[in-house]
Design a protein around this ligand. Structure first.
Ligand code: ADP
Length: 938
């Protein structure tokens, strides 16, 4: 803030509802009309800026506040829960206004962005004193310096440290009449991470959920399309329309080359025209929102459709990979496996979990690295200890590049560089000439390549724990610059002189309570109470003490000596501050030269944290290295569900491990009990509700995800032939937000599975056909299994409560029945959670209902109905005959006293009454209670 924009009339002059230090310079009254009712120059300025930013809330800087006016004020006051006031009139109407103090701007920004608003931050571009030189009516120059949108955030306070924040540009490739395809370009401007790829219409929602952008930009026309809007909704990303013209592939190519400082893009894998168009729109939008500031942009990663395990949006949600169904991180696979110690490592882990690989070589390289860190426990511990001290280098570098960085960011880069060096040493020492696995050797080389001179300059210049803001100085290490030390000495000396001066004046005047104070308007002054001021106002003291101000309870003075001291303090402090700013600029300049190297170093640190976190997980949770190859094997021995296992342990339960063997016969040992069925590709899983079917299904899908992301897996042994697409349709979920019924959703998702699953896919289907009438549902489930078997030829687990389906195992060669084992005990049911070969003999629904506490009368009646139904089965009797056999109300009425013992509620209540112990009032209440119970029983 400029020096001249402090309140001119002191604190009392601030308008109602505004904070004390709001400025009220005349030229800064935007919302005013001049005497003739015309628009003032400042109003004209405001309106011009607002007109240029119609879609954003305009934060208009006025001194220590950002003010909002008109409709923006109404909206923001409501969204932030702050006071809406008025200021001046425009065209005869009051102008609504509200404001947020600059020092709390981040907090308010976060709240508005979270609620989906965009904010245009308009700053004062000159000191108001400068403006006044142009004449008393001159308006302070202002302009928007940044558009804050959900996808373009850089501040730690606005971002989740453990979550990436992509801005994604989405472009539909023109020209193909059939199934559309889309190009996507995604950039996280808080780290420079950049990813480009192409996907099909069918995979769009899965791809968007995988990227999980903070904001999606596309043309209006595209955003209006139901399929695109639905996909964006699944990814829960706000949409921003941008002009179609910004999707310009030539401009994209030009901008990308400029950003990366290269003349050819071939080295990055070559981009299609569509991808360059998306890149064009992305970089144009970044330029538009950052207004002149250039973020770090790393060389883009290309993600081809076949490079990552395709998982559609519904399957991602149902498998709860990054978020649990509740929307929280808690309960997700990510939360269960995250042992990283840095935000950057956590982001890398989440990115890998969202994008498991399909190339066995790349997967095994990751597994080699994790394996090495599992085997070298001390190294892992030392690395993790080192990483704990490594700050978020990528975000610090980005903030500095955008001109939003401060001394703390410099300190973070220094600490990151130091951590990188230590980590590189640790890795190299551990290798002891034996050679690290490829990925770790690569990480180590990248860490060792960090610019050493930069670490030296930062360490020499900065104090250990530098402040966030550069404004107040105080971050340069003593001894770094002699001139700074000199200025600071003078400044501090002056402070001592002031204290001496105060003592001297108190002594000379006899006014013990005399104080030297400071405020922004008067600067330094001497203050006494009104009573004590009297001697100072009369000779001889009045010659030395010049009266400056009389307040209600105090009188303020100055002296020539005080003014001279003040001058010395001010100039020493100013000089010191200027030197510190110079040091900052030099260091920031040095960093800017190494932006790409630092970004690469940050990526290496993140990778190392991710790998050692996975090794830590494997060690602590007893995971094994999966064997991953290009075949179609699927052999899991002693598999566990990573999330349920941890949850059970927390409640002192034990998880029962289970085998799963799908696919044609393999050389590997066949798990005991499954010898007969070990070459079947599809397992039909039956068993009562609550027996653990869903858990079993999901755990096998999650083991695939873990294995292909390069993690060890919760099993005793695992051999997995690469899965190209993973589908999971588990449980019925309504999608009322999109206006589709459970059954419709189920069928849409089943359709996509049947259309897309290949021989390399793994399909998990739980209770298909439940959402409609029994025979409909059974028929659909039946036909679905046949299709999976005959056409898709994929590996599949199919849980069902339709026992009729178990007959399929006899008819189709590669289908096997397995069931969740249960034990019956005195008409009760005990779940063993163990998968065994064979079909469940019945569904045990009534026993489960009993466990759930259904009234005894209902359980008994259900038992009768079931017996009748079972008797009728096979006789193909018409339904009406069955109804005849089950007279409607024969058993439905609860008996007044519990059949087979146990008193009825009324009887139980009567038993509880002891008349001798009751007061008349309590007796009356008991009577009422009995009447009420009786009524309920009817
Ligand atoms: P279903 O799909 O058959 O209705 P779930 O898979 O939902 O059953 O499992 C029900 C509950 O049983 C789970 O919440 C879990 O607590 C427990 N459970 C499931 N599988 C196991 C297992 N293998 N070991 C221990 N407990 C399990």
């Amino acid at each position: 803030m400029g020096r001249g924009v402090r309140p001119v009339h002191g604190e009392e002059a601030a308008p109602a509802g505004a904070a004390d230090d709001r400025m009220n310079g005349k030229d800064l009254e935007p919302a005013a009309q001049d005497a003739k009712g015309g628009i003032t120059p400042s109003m004209a300025q405001f309106l011009e800026i607002k007109t240029a930013n119609p879609d954003s809330l305009l934060w208009y800087r006025m001194g220590d506040f950002y003010e909002l006016f008109f409709e923006d004020a109404v909206v923001a006051a409501q969204a932030l829960g702050i006071v809406l006031t008025k200021r001046g009139k425009h065209l005869g109407q009051d102008i609504p206004m509200c404001g947020v103090p600059v020092h709390r701007a981040d907090e308010y920004l976060q709240r508005l962005i979270r609620q989906g608003y965009r904010v245009a931050v308009c700053e004062q571009l000159e000191d108001p004193a400068e403006a006044r030189k142009r004449g008393s009516k001159a308006v302070v120059r202002r302009d928007v310096v940044r558009l804050v949108t959900p996808g373009t955030l850089t501040e730690d306070s606005l971002l989740d440290a453990r979550q990436r924040n992509y801005l994604t540009a989405l472009f539909r490739l023109p020209g193909d009449g059939g199934a559309a395809s889309f190009a996507l370009a995604s950039l996280d401007i808080s780290t420079g991470e950049f990813e480009v790829g192409t996907t099909t219409a069918a995979d769009l929602s899965g791809e968007l959920v995988r990227l999980s952008p903070g904001e999606i930009i596309a043309t209006d026309a595209m955003l209006g399309e139901p399929s695109v809007a639905a996909a964006a909704k699944m990814a829960a990303a706000p949409l921003t329309p941008v002009p179609a013209a910004s999707f310009d592939s030539l401009a994209g190519e030009r901008q990308l080359k400029a950003r990366l400082g290269v003349s050819e893009l071939g080295g990055f894998g070559g981009f299609t025209r569509g991808e360059l168009a998306a890149i064009g729109a992305l970089l144009t939008y970044v330029a538009l929102t950052q207004i002149g500031a250039s973020p770090v942009v790393r060389p883009p990663k290309r993600t081809g459709v076949s490079d990552v395990l395709a998982i559609d949006a519904a399957s991602r949600a149902s498998l709860e990979l990054l978020r649990a169904t509740s929307g929280e991180r808690e309960g997700s696979l990510l939360a269960a496996i995250d042992r990283t110690v840095t935000g950057a490592g956590a982001r890398e882990l989440a990115a890998r979990l969202a994008s498991p690989l399909t190339d066995p070589k790349a997967i095994n390289a990751r597994l080699d690295a994790v394996g090495y860190l599992v085997d070298h426990g001390t190294l892992r511990e030392d690395l993790r200890q080192t990483l704990r001290a490594a700050p978020d280098v990528a975000r610090a570098v980005s903030r500095l590049a955008l001109g939003r960085g401060g001394p703390r960011d410099l300190g973070q880069i220094r600490d990151g560089l130091a951590a990188a060096r230590t980590a590189a040493d640790l890795l190299q020492r551990s290798a002891g000439g034996m050679g690290l696995p490829e990925l770790l050797a690569d990480v180590s080389a990248r860490l060792a390549g960090a610019p050493a001179s930069l670490l030296q300059s930062l360490s020499a210049a900065l104090i250990d724990d530098p402040p966030v803001n550069r404004r107040d100085g105080g971050f340069v290490r003593a001894g770094f610059r002699a001139d700074l030390d000199e200025a600071l000495r003078l400044r501090d000396d002056s402070r001592r002189i002031l204290a001496a001066l105060e003592a001297k004046y108190a002594e000379a005047t006899g006014v013990r309570s005399l104080k030297i104070r400071h405020n922004n308007i008067l600067g330094y002054y001497i203050e006494t109470t009104a009573l004590n001021a009297r001697p100072l106002l009369a000779p001889p003291f009045s010659e030395t003490f010049r009266h400056r101000q009389t307040m209600a309870s105090a009188v303020r003075f100055s002296t020539a000596e005080l003014e001279e001291t003040e001058g010395r303090i001010a100039s020493a402090a100013e000089r010191a501050l200027a030197i510190e700013q110079e040091v900052f600029a030099t260091l920031a300049g040095e960093i800017a030269l190494s932006n790409q190297a630092l970004a690469a170093l940050a990526a290496a640190l993140a990778e190392l944290d991710c790998l050692s976190g996975l090794a830590e997980l494997a060690e602590r949770e007893n995971y094994v290295r999966p064997s991953v190859d290009g075949g179609t094997a699927f052999e899991i021995e002693g598999g566990r569900h990573p999330v349920v296992e941890q949850a059970l342990r927390a409640s002192a339960g034990t998880f029962i491990e289970n085998d799963c063997v799908l696919g044609r016969a393999h050389a590997g040992a066949k798990p005991a009990g499954f010898e007969e069925i070990a070459d079947r590709r599809i397992w039909l899983v039956t068993g009562p509700n609550m027996a653990g079917k869903s858990t079993f299904l999901r755990q096998n899908a999650l083991i695939v995800v873990l294995a292909q992301m390069g993690s060890f897996v919760p099993a005793r042994r695992a051999h997995i032939g690469i899965v190209d697409r993973l589908f999971s349709r588990v449980g019925a979920s309504d999608d009322l937000a999109r206006g589709r019924s459970t059954f419709m959703v189920e069928m849409v998702e089943t359709a996509s599975i049947l259309n897309l699953a290949t021989e390399r896919s793994l399909v998990i289907l739980d209770e298909i056909g439940r959402g409609t009438a029994t025979f409909d549902g059974l028929s659909i489930a039946w036909a679905t299994v046949e299709h999976l078997h005959e056409v898709n030829r994929c590996r599949a687990l199919f849980a069902t409560h339709f026992h009729e389906l178990t007959a399929l195992a006899g008819r189709l060669a590669e289908i096997a029945n397995v069931t969740m084992d249960v034990k019956e005990w005195h008409d009760e049911i005990v779940f063993l959670h163990k998968v065994k070969s064979g079909a469940a003999d019945r569904s045990y629904g009534i026993q489960v209902a009993k466990l759930a506490g259904l009234p005894r009368s209902v359980i008994e009646r259900a038992g009768e109905v079931l017996a009748a139904l079972e008797k009728q089965e096979g006789r193909s009797k018409p339904q009406t005959a069955l109804i005849d056999e089950l007279p409607l109300f024969a058993a439905a009425r609860p008996r007044s006293s519990g059949a087979g013992g146990g008193p009825s509620p009324v009887e139980a209540a009567l038993d509880d009454i002891h008349p001798d112990e009751l007061s008349p009032k309590a007796a009356l209440e008991a009577l009422y209670r009995l009447k009420a119970l009786r009524k309920r029983a009817e």
